[in-house]
Design a protein around this ligand. Structure first.
Ligand code: ZN
Length: 162
């Protein structure tokens, strides 16, 4: 099912999320979030973007160029952040219009729980590392806009489409 995506400045987007509990409802939400992400189209979507303040995000960093690799990360934790930083363009499904330059770690190790209750860990690099940090930020109520200078934030807001 395609869910509606909240848009800035909806206050839900800047609220911190609570830990998620595994359940059939959570599995349905994750499936709906993947449907919604691909339909948007996008490569990552966090639960608060569809109005649920839960620590859950989905991503498919290779889509649409590679093989589909849908990921569901429940209660992700950042285990390690690489020392190198890079600045690159990012869009956000909740902030339609502007692409903004955000500085991120180039490598990131995350731990999370799968929908069937397994503990997983993986080191993400390249676009997947950027995407994972962007979605992780959503769980703390942090948007790309919050990582910009006041000048860059004002310029981005001027480009937000209705
Ligand atoms: Zn976003």
């Amino acid at each position: 099912m395609i869910l509606s995506i909240l848009r800035w400045p909806d206050p839900v987007l800047t609220a911190p999320c609570a830990p998620a509990t595994l359940s059939d409802d959570l599995a349905r939400l994750a499936a709906d979030m993947l449907d919604t992400m691909y339909a948007a189209p996008g490569r990552g979507l966090a639960a608060p973007q569809v109005g649920r303040l839960l620590r859950l995000f989905v991503m498919d960093a290779g889509w649409p160029d590679g093989r589909p690799d849908p990921r569901v990360l429940v209660n992700p934790r950042i285990l390690w952040r690489g020392p190198l930083r890079a600045t690159g363009p990012e869009g956000c499904l909740s902030i339609p219009g502007p692409t903004v330059l955000v500085e991120r770690a180039t490598e990131l190790r995350l731990g999370w729980t799968t929908l069937d209750g397994r503990a997983e860990q993986e080191t993400f690099t390249g676009f997947a590392a950027i995407c994972a940090q962007h979605e992780y930020d959503h769980l703390d109520g942090i948007l790309t806009l919050d990582r910009l200078s006041p000048e860059a934030r004002a310029a981005a807001l001027a480009q937000v489409t209705a």
